[in-house]
Design a protein around this ligand. Structure first.
Ligand code: PHE
Length: 341
């Protein structure tokens, strides 16, 4: 009997020595240790053929074999699994010092860079952002802005009409009305967005972007406007840049002004950029017309305000020296990639 047990042990050891795979080892384990079909379990069944005196000794050696086999297979399994893991790790090793494949990154469009810069500057002075719709009512775009249907100033902005009452907004000033209608002063908003005019040449595009500013409170004057525009001009064009106001006309502001900055290219001596004038026009502005305040239910005897509107493309073209507005809309990566921050 003992011989038979010893032979089985040797057989297991021999068979295991030839196995290099943990799954195969598991199959071998099953062959001997499976409760129903295993050969060691089968030995136990042989007990029936023994006399009662022989049984305890036999039971003991079979149990010893079983305990040994359990240990044996556990250590074999650990050995093979460790080897397998090592092999897998070696195969999956990556060289972290290898240069990465080149990956071209996108960049923000110059318009977005300028809009973000403006929002940053004015947010620093307490402005919040309001965005109005691109398809606008005639009322918000013109009538409420003191530009009724027969007003000659409508000719200043060639308009795309969607229907007799709906149009593509020609100016972000429409947002002034939307804000003033619903907000009690103090008001301090910045309104960026696309605007549309039937206009097309090297410096005009049928679609372009504006940044509107509006401040309404008690005691607001033109000096407040110029003070804030000085902060804007010095941040965008340089510390030494000055601003000047020239009289102008917009139906929704009174007085109205055109705002120039001293030429940041020549310092005001005269050059090609400023057409030898020393000044560059950057935006339109003025004190909010009494009639506009009234249209929005704000008492013009109690409150005053200023508004300004600038073309974002114009600022981008000036700041980055872009000669033609179309370059901002052509999506040519050779141009746009020059503006990555
Ligand atoms: N909306 C005007 C334009 O598009 C600019 C402007 C805005 C002027 C606010 C005065 C006040 O030309």
């Amino acid at each position: 009997m003992e011989k038979q047990i010893k032979a089985m042990r040797e057989k297991i050891e021999q068979a295991a020595a030839a196995i290099q795979d943990s799954k195969e080892m598991y199959q071998l384990r099953k062959q001997y240790l499976d409760n129903k079909t295993g050969q060691i379990s089968a030995l136990m069944k042989n007990m029936r053929d023994l006399t009662p005196e022989e049984r305890p000794a036999f039971g003991k050696i079979v149990n010893e074999l079983k305990t040994w086999a359990l240990d044996f297979f556990t250590s074999q399994d650990a050995r093979l699994k460790a080897a397998e893991l090592e092999k897998k790790n070696a195969a999956e090793q990556i060289d972290v010092t290898m240069p990465a494949a080149p990956h071209s990154a996108g960049a923000l469009h110059p318009n977005t860079l300028i809009a973000n810069e403006l929002i940053d500057i004015f947010a620093g002075m307490g402005f919040t952002v309001f965005e109005g719709p691109e398809i606008e009512n005639d009322y918000y775009n013109f009538t409420a802005l003191n530009t009724p249907k027969d007003h000659p100033a409508r000719d200043m902005q060639d308009t795309f009409y969607v229907s007799p009452e709906l149009l593509l907004r020609t100016q972000t000033s429409a947002g002034q009305i939307r804000v003033m209608e619903n907000t009690k002063p103090p008001i301090k908003i910045l309104s960026p967005g696309k605007v549309f005019r039937s206009d097309d040449d090297a410096t005009h595009s049928p679609m372009f972007s504006q940044m509107e500013g509006l401040v309404v409170d008690k005691g607001i004057t033109l000096c407040d406007l110029q003070g804030m525009l000085d902060v804007f001009a010095q941040n965008v064009f340089g510390k030494n840049v000055k601003t000047r106001l020239r009289p102008s006309y917009f139906p929704f502001t009174e007085p109205s002004v055109e705002v120039d900055v001293s030429c940041f290219s020549c310092g005001g001596c005269g050059c090609r950029l400023c057409k030898d004038t020393g000044w560059i026009e950057v935006l339109g502005a003025g004190m909010v017309n009494r009639k506009v305040l009234e249209n929005c239910g704000i008492d013009p005897d109690e409150y005053t305000g200023f508004a300004f509107g600038m073309g974002i493309e114009r600022i981008a073209m000036l700041k980055y020296g872009i000669p033609n507005i179309k370059m901002l809309f052509e999506s040519d990566t050779r141009v746009l990639s020059q503006f990555s921050e």
